[in-house]
Design a protein around this ligand. Structure first.
Ligand code: AP5
Length: 218
């Protein structure tokens, strides 16, 4: 399975990517996560991308394409992967196709997770992420809260809001998403790869996942 997940900031791409990766036993390749890990380790890449992320801007295509191509050259992705957060532009989509073609591979499916803007703003303002291991929580929903407020269940790390989660930056991320998503969906729709899954009306992550699996089975 080679799967791409599309969706607005907060749509639940990361959540569904983790569920898919576990279900199909394939690596979860998330560009936002890779950048945040590089930033917290204070690597050269981290310093390079941090200012774009903080402002809600896209990281320049050449940087993203380089790190994704490098990641997709690892042996563990030979039997499949879930891509979360990449591609975000048609240029990135073309680059991905070319990189896969070089290896005689192609995408199997592109799932677009669709959600009302009001719901995702609410979700994003309640998301908490472990500074240490990246586990994601949401204080809005009982089942997604940590056992102890502010502390990661998994590793005991501190739970924080991401530096791209303030209202102004969220607005900018949404603006950029709305600008780029339609051409990207058209690109994949023409190739017959696009499937849409609705995630609004407070469906739980497990309900959305059931719909994602149903879409994959079609
Ligand atoms: P990235 O980390 O990819 O951010 P994003 O796309 O804006 O998405 P989010 O991580 O905010 O949300 P998500 O859809 O994963 O939702 P989640 O599952 O956490 O990228 C960050 C930045 O990196 C970008 O702004 C850009 O600067 C840069 N970047 C990354 N990729 C790039 C690229 N290809 N090109 C250029 N720049 C790039 O869910 C949200 C919350 O809701 C969580 O709290 C979760 O627990 C909860 N939740 C999820 N599903 C449900 C549900 N069904 N019901 C209730 N709660 C739910």
């Amino acid at each position: 399975m080679r799967i791409v997940l599309l969706g607005a900031p907060g749509a639940g791409k990361g959540t569904q990517a983790r569920l898919l990766a576990t279900h199909f036993m394939i690596p979860n390749v998330g560009t936002g996560h890779m950048f945040r890990a590089a930033a917290s380790a204070d690597t050269e890449l981290g310093r390079e991308v941090n200012k774009f992320i903080r402002e809600g801007a896209l990281v320049p295509d050449d940087i993203v394409v380089r790190i994704v191509k490098e990641r997709l050259s690892h042996a563990d992705v030979s039997s499949g992967f879930v891509l979360d957060g990449f591609p975000r532009t048609v240029l990135q989509a073309n680059e991905l196709d070319e990189a896969l073609e070089e290896k005689g591979r192609k995408l199997d499916v592109v799932i677009s997770i669709e959600i009302k803007e009001s719901e995702l703003i609410e979700r994003l303002s309640h998301r908490r992420t472990c500074r240490h291991c990246g586990t994601v929580y949401n204080t809005l929903f009982e089942k997604q809260r940590p056992k102890e407020e502010g502390v990661c269940d998994r590793c005991g790390g501190e739970l924080v809001q991401r530096n791209d989660e303030n209202p102004e930056v969220i607005k900018e991320r949404l603006r950029i998403f709305n600008e780029n998503n339609e051409p990207l969906e058209k690109y994949y729709s023409k190739k017959g790869l696009l499937k849409k899954v609705g995630a609004s009306n407070y469906l739980t992550p497990q309900h959305v996942f059931a719909d994602v699996l149903a879409a994959l089975a079609k």
